[in-house]
Design a binder for this molecule. Structure first.
Ligand code: HEC
Ligand code: HEC
Ligand code: HEC
Ligand code: HEC
Length: 338
């Protein structure tokens, strides 16, 4: 009898533990597709509120006077922001400090304050590359960031290093023999929603232009260019994209046909986002490994790189779509002097 009730208690406690991962009801379900397509989007209103509160951008500095001589003629070593007025230039420096420099270091985080034109600090040289990148995101990648745009804060969120990034990760080793290498899968990897799918779809699909495909374009098995590995990497990336944006698969797909392009328009935005992230990583971020100090590099010798979560932080639009470019036109295309 005792043992039966102990068993029952264990069962109740066990299931309580098991269910602890579930969210408190009731969730909300919105119909986002045509009637009859069952394209529901399931969200938890409380989680959404918490995310909104945690993702507020800092208040923008008051706009600066755009008139007067250009920074290129005032300072000695300005290679990116030469088109700004003095007021705009100093406003942006102050904002960059607020967005990512440790408060006790302020301007000295990037500058040798004895000589502001000195390039000796690696932070200065990295920041210059970041300025080039941010301007390119706001001009060359409007197909993704639209008029909303991005600033340093979109990724850095007050930190010298963005917190949500990836490095090459071969994962833990197995027991030995043929299980010694797990090929980066078959353990509950956090990066891909605690599934046993490959834990690093990012290197192949967000640094290199690997194929994001499952469906075969041919009717016969012979000649099918899609491999099981393609499918596993694709699903890993899709789980990251869903978690990174805090959305269900139906935000981008009509689940009746995952390969189709006639579903929600967000799929096309995401398509451009994938290409944008590859451009960020290959052109701007990976080359930083040569400038960054060794403690920034991972066990495989690479530095931290960008994926969807870096900007989105579990929201469909970073910081709820706060208009970053409107408040910081200095980070858009160079403008002619007024
Ligand atoms: C995150 C790094 C970073 C921080 C923090 C920073 N700067 Fe800069 N600063 C730069 C970069 C990069 C340049 C060069 C910009 C270019 O090439 O267009 C620059 C250039 C300058 C220049 C021009 C120097 C010259 O003579 O060529 C001045 C002046 C300046 N910054 C002032 C400041 C002030 C004041 C602060 C603090 C409020 C500050 N900066 C904070 C990165 C930074
Ligand atoms: C798309 C995301 C993104 C944006 C936008 C961005 N950064 Fe970065 N930044 C990164 C990543 C990724 C790293 C590498 C971090 C690492 O290696 O740990 C980095 C590193 C840096 C570092 C070196 C930090 C260190 O101590 O190692 C500086 C300085 C920096 N960024 C400045 C800026 C400035 C200034 C801007 C805006 C003009 C900016 N970043 C915009 C993603 C971004
Ligand atoms: C933010 C938008 C977005 C979300 C969320 C998303 N996907 Fe995708 N999915 C895409 C895009 C874009 C592609 C095509 C990628 C490309 O061509 O580069 C794609 C491709 C796919 C493919 C390959 C189809 C083919 O042609 O073979 C499958 C399967 C898939 N997704 C399944 C899923 C599943 C399952 C989920 C939820 C776990 C999901 N997706 C969530 C945007 C999304
Ligand atoms: C450099 C920052 C940045 C990165 C990295 C990024 N995005 Fe975005 N994304 C944005 C911005 C900004 C918007 C808002 C655009 C707008 O308002 O038109 C956005 C919007 C979207 C939207 C449309 C949302 C809606 O409500 O219509 C989708 C879908 C999306 N991103 C998917 C992705 C995916 C998938 C990835 C990773 C492959 C990604 N993004 C990486 C900045 C980023």
């Amino acid at each position: 009898m005792r043992s039966a009730s102990t068993c029952l208690t264990a069962l109740v406690l066990g299931s309580a533990l098991f269910l602890a991962g579930c969210e408190r009801p009731p969730p909300a379900a919105d119909q986002i597709g045509y009637r009859g397509t069952s394209m529901g989007s399931v969200t938890n209103p409380r989680t959404l509120e918490m995310r909104e509160a945690a993702n507020q951008p800092p208040e923008a500095q008051p706009a600066a006077d755009p008139t007067g001589p250009r920074a290129s003629t005032i300072y000695q070593n300005v290679k990116v922001l030469g088109d700004l007025s003095e007021g705009e230039f100093i406003r942006l420096m102050a904002s960059m400090t607020e967005w990512l420099a440790p408060p006790d270091q302020s301007c000295a985080y990037c500058h040798n304050v004895e000589n502001m034109a000195d390039e000796s600090k690696y932070q200065f040289r990295v920041a210059r590359q970041m300025l080039i990148m941010t301007r390119s995101l706001n001009t060359d990648w409007k197909s993704h960031v639209g008029e909303t745009g991005v600033t340093c804060y979109t990724c850095h969120r007050g930190n010298p290093q963005p917190q949500a990034t990836f490095k090459l990760d071969p994962g833990p080793r197995g027991a030995g023999g043929f299980t010694a290498s797990r090929q980066g899968q078959n353990f509950a990897a956090r990066a891909v929603g605690s599934t046993s799918l490959p834990n690093d779809p990012f290197t192949q699909l967000l640094s290199y232009a690997g194929e994001i495909r499952v469906n075969t374009p041919t009717a016969l098995a012979a000649g099918n260019p899609r491999t099981i590995q393609d499918a596993e990497l694709t699903y890993s990336l899709m789980i990251h994209m869903s978690e990174g944006l805090g959305v269900n698969c139906t935000f981008c797909h009509n689940s009746q046909n995952f390969g189709a392009w006639n579903g929600p328009p967000q799929r096309a935005t995401a398509f451009h986002g994938i290409r944008m992230v590859r451009d960020i990583n290959t052109r701007h971020v990976q080359p930083l490994a040569a400038i960054l100090p060794p403690e920034r590099l991972g066990p495989e010798g690479d530095n931290a790189k960008v994926f969807c979560t870096t900007c989105h932080q579990a929201q469909p639009k970073p910081m709820g779509g706060a208009p970053m470019l409107r408040d910081y036109p200095e980070l858009g295309a160079p403008r002619p002097a007024p």
